[in-house]
Design a protein around this ligand. Structure first.
Ligand code: FAD
Length: 403
């Protein structure tokens, strides 16, 4: 283990080993040389950004970095989980040049690894490790987001097949995805958590329709997805029939801790510091404003806490090799999201009125990237389960409070 190793005497050493530090530097040098001058981040680089992220993933797959901590037999490199943490942090700092493929490596792959048949593992993990496949997540429905277990999309068995009918909503990247990681009810009579199964559905299957939704998050990433008599073979099921809730729990835990959001927020803080150093207010350097300095220090302290909590979970996972428990995953996510929100608000306030100008607007400071980061910090309080739901998880699963 690289970080957080207890030294003799019981103190914790948060430094990377020399080998890991060299890897972090190699990555940063690579990204500096690799990212094109127009690159603004995953969602702010438009159509060419999507094309680029695909090429980027294939390139880093060839370098052995994309799924480096996976077993060799499934296209990985058997690297330590810590190397993967370093990699994830570098991606977050660089505006996530993996595009939507961050999902593949953060939770889709690990979940297939935990629940898939040998055939599913060989096919899907190998594809993911080559960096040439996009996925989407079909969980939320128009009336069932937080109360996910009440979902109504049905999959009825018909011989060796299942026939799926229903609707999903807020499905990120569905328009571009090749596969959907879909939740559907396979047992109408069982209690709500007990009758759900997971299906891997090719998005080109007859009966799948995608309709984009515009939102304040910007871009064209949200969609509604309709399933009308969509027929898939039994082999498309991931995990056991009616036991999909176990899979969902693992997915959400992997997802909640998967993104190194704290590093993206730290990037925003660094940009605010650079902006303050070159700006003046009332004839004085903005960097000398005592209120701003306190706010920057406050967010930075929270960044260190969020990062330490992520490292703690990574340490637990590297020992167990499985997804973390729900209370730990939610606690870590709460800290990540709240510090991200503070960093977003800080950026908006430091930049003043101009900070409200979004990408594509003339004179938008930093091409509107901080404004975008601020909007993302708001939607992050909803994605992968709202903040209220995360707190509920900590209360019930962590502290044993009644529901
Ligand atoms: C950026 C982003 C990306 C997303 N991507 C996807 C995706 O790819 N696939 C997908 O399936 N979904 C996706 N979602 C949807 C997301 O998972 C849901 O929006 C979320 O789970 C909340 O569900 P809801 O919108 O139905 O809100 P509701 O469940 O209706 O909640 C409304 C409000 O009530 C509160 N609330 C609800 N129940 C409780 C409770 N028991 N206790 C306390 N408060 C409660 C909530 O916290 C919230 O404030 C995405 C959302 C965002 C913002």
């Amino acid at each position: 283990m690289a970080a957080c190793s207890p030294k003799a005497g019981g103190t914790m050493d948060f430094a990377w080993t020399a080998e890991d530090a060299a890897f972090a530097k190699e990555l940063d040098d690579f990204l500096k040389a690799e990212l094109p001058p127009w690159w603004r981040g995953m969602f702010t680089s438009g159509e060419r950004g999507w094309e680029y992220t695909k090429e980027f993933c294939q390139k880093i797959a060839k370098k052995g970095w994309l799924t480096m901590a996976w077993p060799k037999e499934y296209g990985g490199g058997d690297a330590s989980l810590w190397k993967q943490v370093i990699f994830r942090e570098a991606m977050a700092r660089a505006g996530e040049p993996r595009g939507s493929q961050y999902m593949n490596t953060n939770w889709i792959g690990p979940t297939i690894m935990q629940f898939g048949t040998e055939e599913q593992k060989r096919y899907h993990l190998t594809r993911i490790s080559k960096g040439d496949v996009l996925w989407c997540q079909g969980f939320s429905e128009p009336n069932f987001g937080s109360d996910l277990a009440s979902l109504q999309t049905r999959a009825a068995q018909d011989g060796d097949d299942y026939v799926i009918n229903g609707q999903k909503i807020w499905t990120s990247y569905a328009e571009r995805a090749e596969f959907c990681f879909l939740l559907a009810r396979t047992n109408q009579d069982a209690p709500k958590h007990k009758g759900i199964s997971v299906f891997i559905v090719p998005m080109k299957t007859r009966g799948v329709t995608v309709r984009p939704i515009m939102s304040m998050a910007g871009g064209d990433d949200f969609n509604e997805v309709f399933f009308e008599d969509v027929r898939v073979p039994r082999s498309a099921m991931l995990g056991a029939k009616d036991e999909g809730w176990r899979v969902v729990t693992a997915v959400l835990n992997f997802e909640r801790i998967g993104l190194a959001r704290y590093e993206a927020a730290k990037w925003a803080v660094d940009e605010v510091i650079a902006y303050a150093k070159r700006s003046e207010t009332h004839g004085r350097s903005l960097a000398k404003d005592p209120l701003l300095r306190q706010r920057v220090a406050d967010v930075y302290a929270r960044y260190r806490v969020a990062r330490a909590l992520n490292y703690r979970l990574a340490s637990l996972m590297s020992k167990k090799g499985e997804s973390p428990g729900p209370a730990d995953a939610s606690l870590t996510r709460i800290h990540n999201i709240l510090m991200t929100r503070r960093a977003g608000d800080l950026a908006m306030e430091a930049l003043g009125l101009e900070g409200r100008l979004s990408e594509g607007t003339a004179d938008a400071p930093l091409a509107g990237m901080l404004e975008y980061e601020w909007r993302k910090s708001i939607s992050a309080t909803i994605a992968a389960g709202t903040l209220e739901i995360q707190k509920d998880q900590v209360a019930t699963r962590g502290l044993g409070l009644p529901r």
